[in-house]
Design a protein. Sequence first.
Length: 118
Amino acid sequence: QVQLVEAGGVLVEVGESLKLSCAASGGTFSELNMAWFRQAPGKEKEREFLAAINSGGDDTYYSGSVKGRFTISRDNVVNTVYLQMNGLKPDDTAVYYCAAFLSPKLYWGQGTQVTVSS
């Protein structure tokens, strides 16, 4: 069983940067493909995909809404995946979740709140 714990969500102002982290335990981290999602206020049934990174960390994929502003990375030594977010906008306000995928299972963290104030 893989456990994921996100951290780093805070209140920031428009244009600022923020880096989220997600620490994994309970599995072999270097075997996990990792991703970040978010859920905006009022969209409880919609979890938006943001970015993914493969187990080795040499392949990444981004949604169009964040490509060029957000960067996903991982450190397999400390079992952590990161999401660097630059140029934050009010529309980026959401609960951010990391996910781990090891076929056929998908694991979720509990989320961390990011609020962008205008």
